[in-house]
Design a protein around this ligand. Structure first.
Ligand code: HEC
Ligand code: HEC
Length: 157
């Protein structure tokens, strides 16, 4: 039942042609796009961004730390545009389906991501041309524009 609702919002989202707000902050694009695709703030709730951005020194096994000033600037940008502060359809879906007592550190482990990709094999995400599930841009050619609509998907060989 829960999933039917999810499907309905996905479909209405496509009709409205709005997903997540694209990044319009140069620092976020540069710093958070240097090792991987620059994830839009609207893909996670603000409690997640707080935790992620205040732990950049130990970021998934790498050091992504910044000086305090830049960290503060990014933190306020990500919080301001977090899923729970956004009206875009995908952000609303993510907010709705993220348990309030959880603080996810990843987009790719959330129920919305898993549900959206349940027809894909794990091995597809691990292909050389993709790398890992977090490499949205490998398949979603319009990901930078915040468009994850399945019409613009092409899985590389
Ligand atoms: C020094 C390289 C580096 C920089 C800079 C960096 N990251 Fe990461 N990030 C990583 C690595 C490595 C992973 C884990 C990739 C994996 O194993 O899936 C990761 C994963 C993530 C994930 C989880 C993706 C998922 O699987 O859902 C998020 C969210 C994230 N980074 C946000 C950020 C943000 C926000 C910034 C900017 C403040 C940033 N990253 C800057 C290296 C970096
Ligand atoms: C290996 C390729 C691949 C990667 C990597 C990937 N996706 Fe997808 N994604 C797809 C495909 C294919 C679909 C369409 C699935 C279907 O229709 O069954 C999809 C569907 C979606 C949908 C649902 C769209 C709709 O119109 O219903 C969302 C949202 C989405 N992806 C977000 C993301 C995000 C965010 C990332 C990165 C964190 C990501 N995807 C990474 C291939 C990928």
């Amino acid at each position: 039942m829960k999933y039917i609702y999810l499907v309905v919002i996905f479909i209405s989202g496509i009709l409205l042609a709005s997903d997540v707000k694209p990044i319009n902050n140069q620092l976020a694009l540069k710093e958070c796009g240097s090792c991987h695709f620059a994830y839009q703030p609207g893909l996670l709730p603000k409690r997640s961004w707080k935790k992620i951005i205040s732990n950049l020194g130990n970021h998934f096994g790498t050091d992504a730390s910044l000086d305090k000033k830049d960290e503060q600037m990014l933190l306020s940008y990500f919080i301001k545009n977090s899923s729970d502060n956004s009206n875009q359809y995908l952000s609303r879906v993510i907010t709705r389906y993220t348990r309030a007592d959880k603080t996810p550190m990843r987009i790719t482990t959330g129920v919305v991501f898993r549900r959206a990709h349940d027809e894909l094999r794990r091995s597809t995400f691990l292909r050389k041309s993709v790398g890992n599930p977090g490499n949205c841009i490998a398949c979603h050619r319009t990901a930078k524009r915040g468009l994850y609509n399945e019409d613009y998907v092409r899985i590389p060989r």
